[in-house]
Design a protein around this ligand. Structure first.
Ligand code: FAD
Ligand code: SF4
Length: 582
């Protein structure tokens, strides 16, 4: 292979920067510049990344490499194989070391670029790592603004300046005006800023009925090679690949957008918060991974949604609700991330100190809602917002799991997980570990919320209306226990004080019983994994000393019980129960 000579700019492209119109390529001259892309195992091992997430990143990277090569551009590309790794466009295999820093150092040593160029990475530690490697090699590093986003870190800082409290709603309105999105002159489209009052219904007993199946993208040859590599190299990682059908090219991402706008956007708002067993997609867009890998431009997504309303193909509440997610929440969480990092990741306002339950990595739990959400997560690398917030996130919050462990789990398992978006959602919105930067109150609820919004409780061996006793729903027990544990702090928050006041309805004995049962739930949640085939979990330390879980197969064990000793239940697990709706 030829060693590059006379290299002016070495353009780094990371796995979540697959945008052919990116600022990284401004001024690119094929005669003097080259592109650097590297698959490194460390990125899948610093947290215990699930197979679907590894696969989508690597498959999309390889397709993007081919687009760049098709332009006749020089691309230095490092591909992982089952046991090794190989550079193309460069000599040899590079230095040993499965990190960006090691591989970048080796490329710099071979190619002697005058300058390194990169667009802002999506993770603080990656930015630091690359900056350190460039410093070490004494090559100037130019970090360019990421034009993918509508709000830069500087604009967000200007928005935040002088505000005692940040709230998404005000940010979102500013963004609409500034960018002229969904506006009628200087008024919001449809006359109101927010149509959430018309959204968020549950399906009721009759269920969702026939659902429009989303467009699938069956793996082509390149993706199949990636799936084989991931299965072999990351065999011990969680998650499955059989159902992998994510868009991995810009063209596929656009197809996925068209499909969503035509078939699911009209009902998106109405069923945004509803959940149903065996139905992972419902009316959601499945666009987050394509957006976060930068295969899709958010402006295109916003324009397509707005057009659907103007052409009367989708109702205003759905369209506004969807635009709010993309232009509001997505840009807002990025602003929060860059404003509060690097300290943000270490926050733990509520002093949560429990380990993440091992069953988060297997889905093997008796709690129906968690079992469905976790299995779906491991099978597809996907759960929709309310499953993440009000099932997996809620349980972790109520249980009092260390926020860093919860964060590392979310970063590992979802195909759309990149730290700038995952961390504020997990640590801030879902775990309230930032003390109210992201959310004005902790999102807490008892099992009755899950009962109202899904069919998970039907057939569950627990009863969401019970907070103590053998059939008590662990969510309900832990909800009351959470109020008791944090009563003093929560009572100062006007947005949640009404929930806290409900504690007055409990006698001292009832409170004691709740706490006793919660202690048992905590104990059984921390126990070893359950089910058949069972797994034994052992912790090991990653490079930063954070504990992550490793599962190895082991003989079957008895299922762990929640809050009581295992005994036969009178409710068969597949029979509907007669629980009342709250
Ligand atoms: P839809 O329901 O169709 O929503 C449309 C789009 O809006 C999404 O594709 C996404 O780009 C955007 N969006 C919606 N809500 C949010 C939000 N809260 N923050 C940012 N963007 C949003 N989203 C990620 O993209 N990556 C993550 O790692 C991630 N981690 C999360 C962790 C927790 C604990 C929670 C509560 C939410 C997280 N989210 C994350 C936000 C949201 O759950 C996902 O964006 C959404 O479920 C993706 O599915 P979808 O594309 O079908 O979204
Ligand atoms: Fe989940 Fe409780 Fe409902 Fe069971 S009863 S599905 S544990 S909320």
């Amino acid at each position: 292979m030829k060693i590059a000579q006379n290299l002016r700019n070495l353009i780094l492209v990371l796995g979540d920067q697959l945008d052919a119109r990116s600022a990284a390529f401004d001024g690119f001259d094929a005669r003097m510049d080259a592109i650097w892309m590297a698959e490194v195992a460390h990125e899948s091992e610093k947290v215990w990344v699930a197979k679907p997430r590894i696969a989508i990143f690597v498959a999309a990277m390889r397709h993007f490499r081919d687009v760049l090569l098709g332009r006749g551009w020089r691309v230095f590309y490092r591909a992982l194989a089952a046991k090794s790794a190989e550079w193309s466009g460069l000599n040899g295999t590079g230095l040993p070391g499965e990190t960006f820093a090691a591989q970048l150092a080796s490329t710099i040593a071979q190619t002697h670029p005058e300058r390194i160029i990169i667009v802002e990475p999506g993770e603080w530690s990656v930015r630091e790592e690359i900056a350190a490697a460039a410093r070490e090699a004494e090559v100037p590093l130019e970090i360019r603004t990421d034009r993918h986003f509508l709000c830069s870190a500087e604009e967000f800082a200007a928005h935040a300046k002088g505000r005692k409290q940040l709230r998404m709603e005000y940010f979102y309105r500013e963004m609409r005006v500034k960018n002229g999105v969904f506006m009628d002159g200087d008024k919001p489209g449809g006359g109101e800023w927010n149509f959430d009052h018309d959204n968020r219904e549950s399906f009721g007993k009759e269920g969702p009925g026939l659902l429009p199946a989303p467009r699938r993208f069956l793996p082509d040859k390149t993706t199949r090679e990636v799936l084989a590599m991931v299965s072999a190299r990351f065999a011990s990682h969680p998650g499955e690949l059989e159902k992998f059908d994510w868009p991995v090219t810009a063209a596929q991402a656009r197809d996925a957008l068209d499909d969503f706008i035509a078939h699911r956007l009209p009902d998106f708002g109405r069923w945004e918060d509803a959940m149903w067993s065996g139905e992972p997609w419902l009316y959601h867009s499945r666009l987050s991974a394509a957006l976060n890998l930068k295969l899709l431009d958010p402006r295109e997504v916003l324009a397509a949604a707005e057009r659907a309303w103007r052409e009367k193909r989708a109702p205003i509440a759905s369209v506004e609700g969807f635009i709010r997610q993309i232009l509001g929440w997505r840009e807002y969480v990025r602003g929060i991330y860059w404003r509060f990092m690097p300290g943000y990741v270490g926050r733990n306002t509520l002093g949560a100190d429990q380990p993440l339950p091992p069953f988060y990595w297997t889905g093997e739990t008796e709690m129906n809602c968690l079992r469905h959400t976790l299995r779906q997560t491991l099978d597809y690398g996907y759960a929709h917002h309310i499953q993440r917030l009000m099932v997996t996130g809620l349980f972790s919050l109520l249980l009092g799991v260390r926020p860093r462990e919860t964060h590392e789990w979310y970063l590992a398992v979802y195909v759309d997980a990149v730290e700038w978006v995952e961390l504020p959602n997990t640590l801030g919105m879902s775990q309230y570990a930032d003390g109210g930067v992201m959310a004005s109150k902790p999102y807490i609820a008892s099992g009755k919320y899950i009962q109202r919004m899904s069919n998970y409780c039907v057939g569950c061996r627990f009863d969401p209306a019970e907070r103590t006793g053998p059939r008590a729903c662990p969510f309900t027990t832990l909800y009351w226990d959470f109020l008791l544990r944090h009563e003093a702090t929560l009572a100062k928050n006007p947005r949640i004080v009404m929930q806290v006041r409900n504690l007055q309805r409990l006698t001292a004995e009832e409170k004691k019983a709740v706490q006793k049962q919660a202690a048992k739930v905590r104990k059984s949640s921390a126990a070893q994994a359950t089910g058949s085939p069972a797994h034994v979990l052992s912790g090991f330390a990653d490079a930063h000393g954070a504990r992550i879980q490793k599962i190895i197969h082991a003989p079957a064990r008895a299922p762990a019980a929640f809050g009581y000793s295992p005994e036969p239940t009178t409710v068969p697990s597949n029979q509907p129960t007669t629980k009342s709706k709250s």
